[in-house]
Write a protein that binds this ligand. Sequence first.
Ligand SMILES: *Cc1c(COP(=O)(O)O)cnc(C)c1O
Length: 474
Amino acid sequence: MKLDISLFLCNQESRIKDAMKVIDNNARGVAFIVDKRNRLVGIITDGDIRRILLNGYGLNDNLKDHMRREYKFANVSTPLNELKQLFSQRVTIVPLVDDYGQVVDYVEYDKNQRIVVAQPQMSGNEYQYLMDAFLSTWISSKGEYVTRFEDSFSKFCGVRYGVATSNGTTALHLALVTLGIGPDDEVIVPDLTFAATINAVIYTGATPVIVDIEETSWCMSPQAFEAAITSKTKAVIPVHIYGQPCDMGAICDIAKKHNLYIVEDCAEAHGAEWATQKVGSFGIISCFSFFGNKVITTGEGGMCLTNDENFKNKMMHYRDHGMSSRKRYYHDVVGFNYRMTNLQAAIGVAQVERIDEILKWRNSIEDSYYSFLGNIGGIETQHRNLSNRKKIAWLVSILVDASKREGIVKALEAGGVDARLFFTPLSKMEIYSRYAVDCSVSHNIAERGLNLPTTYDISDKNIKKIASIIEENV
Ligand SMILES: *Cc1c(COP(=O)(O)O)cnc(C)c1O
C-alpha cells in the first residue's frame, strides 16, 4: 500500500527518538530527514538507529549528528526504468524530490513484482493522442488517426497502402478473402507459428497445407514449401517468426515460378529486413498485428499492407461490411466489420513515431542477453547473422535441451521470472494434424524453445540473474 509521504518526514532539528517514532508509524524502516523548507538533507533507517544506540549514544541525541548524508534519491520526473536501477539488496525505498530538493514522493521496491515476458511501452505521445481522439468524440472507426496510422506505418515499411484492422487475425482473413481464396484452394503455412495463421486460411474454406521450417532460421523452409505445391495451391503465408525474416529471396522465386500469391505474416517482425528491404514489402498483401505484446501495439489491432491499389480498395470494402461506395446501405459482397477504432489508431500513431527507438531498445536488451548467455554450454541463441537477414528482437528466444526445459521454466518461475515455451507446432495439435506433411525440424525446435522476458525496463542485473538461473539448470 502506498503511504502518504508525510509519514516518512522528520525534521533535522529533532532527536533520534523522533525518527524512531516516524519509522514506527510508517512501518517501512526508514525516515527521510528534511530541513525546515522540506528539502531532503539525510536519511535514517531502523538499522542505523540500532547501531547508534549500541554504540552508546542516547535517544535524545541530535538526529543531525547521526543521519546518513550519503543515500539514494531521485527527481520525481525520473522514468520508472531508471528508478528501478537504484534498488539493491539494501535499498528498497527511495525518496523523490522536486526541482527545489523538497521531498514530494517515494518509490518502493515490490518484492512480489514478477519479471513479465512483454509489456507495452507507451511513454511518448500515446496518452496525448488517445485523449485527443477521446475528446474529439470520434471514438469509433472514423477519425483522422486511422488514416494517419495507416499512412505512417505503411511508409515505415516502404509499402504504398495500409488498411488498418481490428486485429492481426482479421488482417490475415481480410487479405485471403480479398485475393479470392476459398474452397478448393490450398494455402501453404509453416508448422511453427501462432494458430491465427492457419485459422485465417480455414475461415475462407480453403485447405491449409502445413510444411516444415528451416533449422537455422525457424522460418518456413523454401524447399518444403516448393515440395508441397499442387495444382490447387493458390497462396503461401511465410511467417517471420520471433523477429526473424524468412528467406524471402527463395520464397519469392518459388512463388513467382508457380504463380502463387504471397501473404506475409509479419505479426512478430515489424521492421525486420530481408536484403535491406523491410518485411511486409514482399507479399502481394502483408499482415501485421498490434496486440499488446507485439513490437508496437494499439491494444488490439492489425494492418494489411499492399502496393496494389485495386486490392487496397477491395480490402477497405470488405473491412467495412462490404458496403457499396456509391450507395449507402447497399451491400454488394458479404463483408465484415474488421475496422480499427480511432482510439486504437491514436495509440498506433504515437507508437510509429517511436518505432526506431523501440526497435533499438529491444535490440540492446537482446545484446545484453546474448552477452550473458553466450558462454553457457547447452544453450543455442536464435541466429542473428544469417545472410541477407536482419532480424529484430521481439521476444528473446533460445533453445535448450528438451529434457531440461521444464526444469528451467520451473526455476525461473521460482525466481519470479515468466518465460514462455515456443508455440506448439500446428501439426502436433489434433485439430490441425491432418493438414501436415513431415515437420520433424519444427517438432525438434519447438520442444527446445524458450522465450525470455523482453520488457523495456528489464535491467542488466535481472538479465544476468535470468542467465544464471538458466546456467544452473541447463
Ligand atoms: C499475434 C500473431 C497473430 C495474430 O494477431 P492478433 O492481433 O493477436 O489477432 C498472427 N500471426 C502471428 C505469427 C502472431 O504472432
